[in-house]
Design a protein around this ligand. Structure first.
Ligand code: ADP
Ligand code: MG
Length: 880
């Protein structure tokens, strides 16, 4: 194929364009051309499509017209946001000199690379959540990964050491990062996984950490974390090309210090995103968010992503909520004060970037002036709970005072055109202003005196940008002008414009004063900005304290509105007693009157509740209710119940059944097994497992066998608190054999010929004849229903014995095998028995292969599910 040749007609501008574009192959290059940012070639074709712009061409008469499209410079942010939102990068290429003054080609440079993870200019709704840029490096020698993240708008910077790709996926999913920076240490498999879940992977090989940012890494735990942060900082430097003074010192964190929730669970439980609408409405976050500031809203989301594990820390939050709940008036005063606090974190970020204007500083001042008022409210609480917060609330008064004395109350957007510094702030500025004022006064008087001298009543003294001050006389009156004193400046159709030596002199003075005063104002402004910059760390600390207060008051409001109570937290007690608990979101949506509260009771001797009941009776709701209650409690919030005693859980695993599965197009049964496997492998006795109708995605016996073996495995080996709902009624018989399992069911009754769901959870297994019952209600013929009843009882008779015997035998075998393994005698009576099964018939090659597999199998390395899969494979081999 012929290579695209450089056409001789390529203009110097296109040569410059191409040179710059080559440095940013993976970004849209927005090339500044006068009042527009232009895109060319591939960028233009793709950009026009994505941004709905008209595609034109440059040099359209030549052989190789260049595709082109552009956006006006004043609206550029919208277009950047659209592209970045879609996961693309945008390189902003500016004119670095005034085109009027430039000799030859105007110099151009990329001043910023905006990427999904570094975009800070986002709308007010998105300010309610953080935009995290993440970075990953791997250490091949010990299979550890250094992971870090930063929010460029707020300066938050954290790092962790991760053990495997599971940890990684959980971190990136819960941070909702859009972009991850990697280098060549990261394996292709992991890159593949990251790309699959829609994260933009950016490669950065070279690492250069500037001296001014190296101190950010001093507190980190180990080298691999440092490497990750270095990579992150390098990438930020390379793309942002501006001050990063507001980045906070990196802090090491341990993902395991928080209640672990894998992303399946976060998704299934609809914590921050509604499964159907993808919106916040109808989620736990939606219920809990009564925050008054954007910083508070962001912190709430972080708390929801990371519920606590420490009893002391949880109780500390809950006790503060209790105080705020009790002190109604003080709380409402606190809210009033919080409303006037602007986004301190982001303001601090903009101070560091150097793109604050006068209005931002006024917002900062207003926010700081709220701090003493907030302190006063906390003072009136008369309780020790808020002492520490009170002490750490620094009003950063020096900054507030400095802004107050310098900046006018309603400054203009621009910081270079003057009118933003107060009078009496700077002597020199006051003098310039006097000169301007006097000069303008003099000019006003000039008009009056000139009219008198000349007798021309419509004589005007005025100003324009090109000609400066002038005296204007209409043509009719020209003859009245005395000779010699007036210099002609400009001729119009109906008038002439003149100047005089005195006017020129005054003009000089005024313009000079104006120019100097604007320049001086800008200098004074930047001095002030530098002063504020020194206080960035204090401002960030203040932002943290205020957002904490905001979330706590939000919890108090929610607790009051939805009648939540403080739970009693216990560590390692394994006793869970929720009296009259509710699903807070379902209750909010359907209304308090219609929701039926339920107890959830699991004493230390109970690890599994097996939940049966007809469809739509409320099984799933009951299970989710527990998960949300646990999460709310460990965030430090109150819980929806009359009273609650809760153990502190280390992890929550969920598997919501195929019937409720809305992820289409995937092998749902495979997903189901993967999720169940996560729980079986990683849960501890301090975990919470929710298995909702597991095994539904496959044939009845297959599914039931799996369900039963999963229950047994959890019962025998995991001991996690487990809610297991099932439509396999046969499983209720397990209660006889499994000492830690209890049956509960959700009741329903027939009322006036209709099946009424009571949504009431009761002890014992469900009455199982609902299917036929519903068919009857639907009006099916009597004969058909009778036949169904007959078949049902026959099946029950036949299966009763089988299922129950199947319950015990495999478990015994498993146990015997375990013992055998311990005694290091793999061949036992058991295996001989199994062999004899086959030895009666002649052994064909297929069976022999199965037998060898069976003999050489290392049972201890397999999960029950692996075994199920193997047995299935063998059965198929044997031609079942
Ligand atoms: P299942 O899992 O048993 O099929 P769901 O938990 O999905 O049932 O509940 C079905 C519907 O019943 C829910 O959408 C909800 O409207 C209602 N529901 C569930 N639990 C309750 C309750 N405790 N009080 C009132 N309505 C409830
Ligand atoms: Mg359900």
């Amino acid at each position: 194929m012929a290579k695209k040749e450089k056409t001789p007609s390529q203009t110097p501008m296109m040569v410059q364009y191409q040179k710059i574009k080559d440095q940013y192959p993976d970004a849209f290059l927005f090339y500044r051309l006068g009042d527009f940012y232009e895109m060319f070639n591939e960028d233009a074709i793709k950009g026009a499509q994505l941004l709905e712009l008209t595609l034109t061409t440059r040099n359209h008469n030549s052989d190789n017209p260049i595709p082109m499209c552009g956006v006006p410079h004043h609206a550029v942010q919208n277009y950047i946001d659209i592209l970045v939102d879609k996961g693309y990068k945008v390189a902003i290429c500016e004119q670095m000199e005034d085109p009027k003054l430039a000799k030859g080609m105007v110099k151009r440079e990329v001043i910023q690379l905006i990427t999904p993870g570094t975009n800070t200019e986002v709308g007010s709704e998105s300010a309610k959540s953080n935009n995290y840029l993440t970075a990953l490096v791997a250490d091949t020698s010990n299979h550890k990964m250094g992971f870090s993240y930063a929010d460029i708008a707020t300066g938050e910077l954290k790092a962790a050491t991760l053990a495997d790709s599971n940890d990684l996926i959980n971190e990136v999913m819960s941070l909702k990062t859009k972009e991850i920076v990697v280098n060549s240490t990261v394996s292709a498999t992991i890159l593949d996984q990251l790309t699959k879940i829609g994260i933009l992977v950016s490669h950065q090989e070279e690492v250069t950490v500037k001296a001014e940012t190296s101190y950010l890494m001093q507190g980190l735990e180990n080298k691999i974390q440092e490497k990750s942060v270095s990579l992150l900082l390098t990438y930020i430097n390379v793309t942002q090309k501006r001050s990063l003074a507001h980045l906070q010192r990196a802090v090491s964190y341990e993902p395991s210090r928080y209640l672990k929730l894998d992303h399946y669970s976060q998704y299934n439980l609809e914590l921050t995103q509604n499964i159907r609408t993808k919106k916040k409405s109808g989620t736990l976050l939606w219920l809990l968010d009564e925050t008054k500031t954007a910083m508070g809203a962001r912190l709430l989301k972080r708390w929801l992503d990371r519920p606590l594990l420490s009893k002391a820390a949880i109780e500390d939050r809950q006790n503060k909520v209790k105080v705020l709940l009790e002190y109604y008036f003080e709380r409402s005063n606190l809210q009033d004060e919080l409303v006037s606090v602007y986004d301190l974190e982001r303001l601090a970020g903009r101070v560091a970037f150097g793109n604050v204007n006068g209005r931002d500083l006024i917002q900062l001042k207003t926010s700081l002036q709220q701090v003493p008022k907030i302190k006063h409210v906390l003072d009136t609480l008369e309780t020790p709970e808020f002492d520490e917060i009170l002490k750490s609330l620094d009003p950063v008064e020096d900054v507030a005072v400095a802004i107050e004395s310098a900046i006018v109350d309603e400054p203009p957007m621009s910081v270079t055109d003057g009118n933003l510094i107060k009078d009496n702030y700077n002597d020199q500025l006051d003098q310039y202003r006097d000169a301007m004022q006097n000069g303008k006064q003099w000019i006003a008087e000039l008009q009056a005196s000139e009219r008198k001298i000349t007798g021309i009543n419509n004589l005007k003294v005025a100003y324009n940008r090109v000609f400066g001050y002038y005296i204007e006389v209409t043509k009719v009156n020209l003859s009245k002008l005395p000779e010699g004193r007036y210099e002609r400046k400009q001729t119009l159709t109906n008038a002439e414009r003149f100047s005089t030596p005195e006017l020129k002199e005054r003009e000089q003075l005024i313009l000079e004063a104006q120019e100097k005063s604007a320049a001086l104002e800008y200098t004074l402004f930047t001095d002030l900005r530098e002063k504020v910059k020194l206080a960035i760390q204090r401002l960030q600390k203040l932002a943290q304290v205020i957002s904490t207060l905001d979330v706590l008051q939000s919890f108090a409001v929610v607790s009051e509105n939805y009648r939540l109570v403080q739970p009693q937290m216990t560590q390692n007690a394994h006793d869970l007693q929720i009296v009259q608990g509710r699903h807070p979101v379902v209750e909010k949506v359907m209304g308090r009157q219609s929701y039926v509260p339920n107890d959830i009771r699991m004493d230390p001797q109970t690890s599994i509740l097996l939940i049966t009941g007809p469809n739509m009776s409320g099984k799933s709701t009951y299970m989710r209710q527990l998960a949300l209650t646990v999460i709310m409690a460990q965030m430090g919030c109150f819980v929806p119940a009359e009273s609650a005693k809760l153990p502190i859980f280390d992890q929550i695993f969920t598997r919501i059944g195929a019937a409720d599965d809305l992820i289409s197009g995937q092998s749902t049964f495979m997903v189901e097994m993967q999720e169940a496997n996560q729980a079986v492998l990683h849960a501890t006795q301090n975990s919470l497992i929710l298995f909702d109708e597991i095994g539904r995605g496959t044939a009845t016996y297959d599914g039931m066998a799996l369900a039963q073996s999963i229950i047994e495995y959890v019962h025998d080996h995991v001991h996690a608190k487990t809610l297991f709902s099932t439509h396999y009624h046969e499983l209720t018989a397990l209660e006889d054999n499994l000492s830690e399992l209890r049956n509960v069911h959700v009741g329903a009754v027939e009322k006036n010929g209709e099946l009424v769901f009571l949504h009431q959870v009761e002890n014992g297994p469900a009455d199982k004849s609902y299917g036929i019952h519903v068919a009857k209600l639907a009006g099916m013929p009597e004969e058909l229903l009778n036949r169904a009843s007959d078949i049902l009882s026959r099946l029950e008779e036949e299966n009763q014995g089988k299922t129950i015997s199947a319950v015990t035998e495999p478990r015994k075998q498993l146990k015997i095998n375990e013992e055998a393994q311990e005694a290091e005698k793999p061949t036992t009576v058991n295996e001989d028995e199994q062999l004899s099964l086959f030895s009666e018939k002649s052994v064909d090659p297929k069976s022999e292969k199965v037998l060898t597999d069976l003999k050489t199998l290392n049972l201890m390395s397999l999960t029950p599910m692996d075994v199920m899969n193997l047995v299935n494979k063998w059965q198929q081999k044997l031609g079942k």
